[in-house]
Write a protein that binds this ligand. Structure first.
Ligand code: NOJ
Length: 742
């Protein structure tokens, strides 16, 4: 058996090497035939004329350039027919080099899944891999070769609108999710018709923009960069990610797009990344505005020298690289390296063998109408919902309850359920394709149950005219469900907010309904952690629903009526007020830690606010209860060449079958650089029936104890460690300790 496995492994490895050599030869043959203009052409990427995801640079001669072999890639070309039109033109060029077509397939193509931050709340890596798989299948069938995903920026600032696109604040969880998404999008590997190229973005530290303002500057220590912001990108490289996108921000004074340290030294050097790097939209040219270069020519010089291979939409490469090479300022070897990387991917995708591989109308139609995709979307959506609070077990609601009032501006909406970064396919009637929250609840309740509706108010604005009707509807009901939140486009790119309270008069509407004395469940739709202290303190049951995708209504009904037991856990800390931001669970202890949550003076606290967040990282309740007991460590002292096993028992002591995410946190008590109060190092999502118990084991190895020391070496240090097993970062149920010996 062992020998068979070894033989199989050797066979696969040899095959991969042979395939690589074969592609390398084909790339070299082609490169040798290319003119300088054709080479530079491969390094350009243009937007189509329809949808634009950035400020378009008008270009009358796009088709002419394609015909002359002076364009390598396009983005936002929607649908097979349109892709075919452009590929046809590329096939008229001298060397018939196919175009590659990119698109922001962020959380689904036609079938839309929860926003990535919402999905991250599922802590279900298999589910996230599946959603990426389905998105890739549909996107590839729709003509897309390359998704600009996964976005793997660590986000610790909920003012930043793009936290909706990532996996939250934690490096360990974020790295695993990066891997799952890359693997999901790529399926059985590039070359298959259902696999798309992936893009790890935005390289790097974009999530740390000052003040949470999109596109802003970042200034951070190298140690913070290596420890917190780089690991998800390394995980993506290890998972075989195809491309990288650099970032809009400057990092320590150097625009990421022009940073040799990031792209040449770390990515292509230390990590040996063999794919190519695309700029973010216009970011090559934006180096002029940064004040880093004086004009487009210097921008092109800085970017290509720094290792940015493809210029998305700035035209700096197209307008200047040929001249820069002719003048001898840019070595042709740099251009050749970038072209090689791009051509390699085109060969790997099989586009030279069949440029229309992704242009099958029948396949497009079939992939868009797959009930399995809808089923997966519903399941992942219900797994993403987080039960923040459930006093007196108000939830789940009996579907036989006599009268339910469903109130709020989100209740009867369709398209907003998709959230930001949903693809607009012209031929799809989204209002028919999406299950509204109203429809989902209406479909689930018993025949005899009356469902009443009032909108109450808009998402923003100060109009309270609808309050009276909403209150009167609530009075007629046995229970009130409210659906409120942000507008779908209040989060996403260029959607930073200085005020992250629930907008408009929605919280006042909740107060008015609460005054009726009826039991209330509030559902909050949002692309980021919001601040809603009054609701959190006064309303008995709260569900955080993010933006759930096209099955939103069904997923919500599954949770409200208990067909699915909530299991989501927050991937980001929820602050009490904006003033607490940035806020994250794995902070340092400092020399003045607050003794209690309300100790105000001489501590790291504010004088007007508790220290703790409103809801902590990892928090999320269930309709059942779990009891943790019997923690055991296999060793009290562990050598750095050994491992220690932590085991404990978890039991479902409630009435419902449920999933729990058990979380392992460690703290290194003393370090040559100070260490966080706790760090997530492992987790498992497990299902237990009532009364069932299981023994859970985590293995602590030396690599879980390493960190970047003063010399930026990634090493562990001997000493004592605290072991914490929790249901959330602020709900530690079991504790242990061990000593590491070198
Ligand atoms: C700008 C965004 O920052 C990036 O994430 C996206 O992929 C490109 N625009 C293309 O839409």
């Amino acid at each position: 058996m062992k020998i068979n496995c070894l033989l199989l492994f050797a066979f696969i490895t040899l095959n991969v090497i042979a395939q690589k050599e074969n592609i390398d030869t084909r790339v070299e043959n082609l490169l040798n035939q290319m003119t300088l203009e054709e080479k530079v052409g491969q390094l350009n990427q243009y937007n189509d004329d329809g949808i634009a995801t950035g400020p378009v640079t008008p270009d009358g001669d796009k088709e002419g350039q394609i015909r002359r072999g002076e364009l390598g890639s396009m983005l936002n070309v929607i649908g097979v027919e349109r892709v075919r039109q452009f590929q046809d033109i590329a096939m008229q060029s001298r060397l018939r080099i196919p175009l590659i077509f990119g698109q922001d397939v962020i959380h689904g193509y036609k079938t839309t899944f929860p926003i990535p931050l919402g999905e991250a709340a599922s802590w279900d890596l298999k589910a996230m891999k599946l959603s990426a798989r389905i998105a890739a299948t549909e996107a590839a069938a729709g003509g897309v070769h390359w998704t600009f995903a996964p976005m793997i920026d660590i986000g610790r600032d909920p003012r930043w609108g793009r936290v909706m696109e990532g996996a939250g604040e934690d490096t360990y969880l974020g790295s695993l999710i990066a891997k799952a998404r890359v693997e999901g999008f790529m399926g059985n590997g590039l070359g298959n018709t259902d696999a798309v190229m992936t893009c790890a973005k935005h390289f790097v530290a974009y999530g740390a923009v000052e003040g949470g303002r999109d596109y802003n500057s970042v200034d951070m220590s190298d140690r913070m960069l290596w420890e917190t912001y780089l690991p998800p990108f390394k995980a993506a490289v290890d998972a075989g990610v195809s491309t990288f996108m650099n970032a809009f921000n400057d990092l320590n004074g150097i625009p990421a797009t022009g940073s040799s340290y990031l792209q040449r030294d770390i990515l292509k050097g230390k990590w040996n990344f063999e794919g190519f790097v695309v700029s973010d939209w216009g970011s090559v040219g934006q180096m002029i505005k940064h004040g880093y270069v004086k004009d487009g020519k210097e921008a092109a010089y800085a970017a290509i020298t720094a290792g940015c291979d493809m210029d998305m939409e700035s035209r700096s490469y197209k307008n200047n690289l040929v001249e820069l090479v002719k003048e001898g300022r840019v070595n042709i070897a740099l251009i050749d390296d970038a072209v090689r990387r791009i051509l390699y991917k085109k060969f790997e995708m099989g586009l030279f063998d069949d440029p229309y591989k992704f242009c099958d109308i029948q396949r497009e139609h079939d992939a868009f109408n797959n009930p399995e995709h809808t089923k997966a979307s519903r399941e992942i959506a219900s797994k993403s919902i987080v039960l923040l609070k459930n006093e007196n077990n108000l939830l789940p609601i009996s579907p036989d309850v006599k009268t339910i009032a469903f109130i709020g501006p989100m209740v009867k909406e369709y398209k907003p359920n998709l959230g930001f970064w949903a693809i607009e396919l012209p031929e799809v009637n989204y209002d028919k394709f999406i299950v509204s929250q109203w429809d989902g609840v209406q479909n689930r309740i018993s025949k005899g149950t009356k469902l009443l509706y009032a909108k109450g108010c808009d998402i923003d604005g100060d109009n309270k005219d609808g309050f009276a009707e909403a209150v009167s509807v609530a009075r007629q009901a046995d229970i009130v469900i409210m659906s409120i939140g942000e507008r779908w486009d209040m989060s996403g790119e260029a959607k930073s907010r200085s005020d992250i309270h629930i907008p408009g008069v929605q919280e006042e509407l909740v107060k008015a309904i609460q005054a009726t004395g009826k039991p209330i469940v509030v559902m909050i739709n949002a692309g980021r952690p919001l601040v809603f202290n009054w609701i959190a303190d006064n309303v008995p049951s709260i569900l955080y629903t993010w933006w759930l995708g096209n099955e939103a209504g069904n997923a919500i009904a599954d949770i409200l009526f208990g067909d699915v037991n909530p299991s989501g856990k927050l991937p980001m800390t929820f602050p009490r007020e904006v003033g607490q931001i940035p806020i994250y669970y794995n902070h340092f202890n400092t020399g003045h830690p607050a003794a209690t949550d309300s100790t105000l003076f001489y501590t790291t606290a504010y004088i007007d606010l508790k220290t703790s967040p409103k809801f902590a990282f990892g928090h999320g309740l269930s309709y059942t209860e779990f009891e943790y007991s019997d923690i055991k460590l296999s060793k009290g002292k562990m050598k750095n060449t050994e491992s220690t096993e932590v085991s404990f028992v978890i039991k479902n002591i409630g009435k419902y079958t449920g999933d729990e995410v058990v979380q392992l946190y460690l703290r290194d008590r003393v370090g040559s650089v100070v260490r966080p109060v706790k760090e997530l190092k492992d987790f498992k999502k497990i299902r237990l029936n009532p009364n069932e118990s299981k023994v859970i084991r985590f293995t602590i190895t030396n690599d879980k104890l390493c960190f970047y020391n003063q010399k930026l070496e990634y090493k562990s240090e001997p000493g004592e460690f605290d072991v914490m097993i929790g249901s959330a970062s602020d709900d530690i149920r079991l504790e242990g300790e061990f000593e590491l010996i070198h």
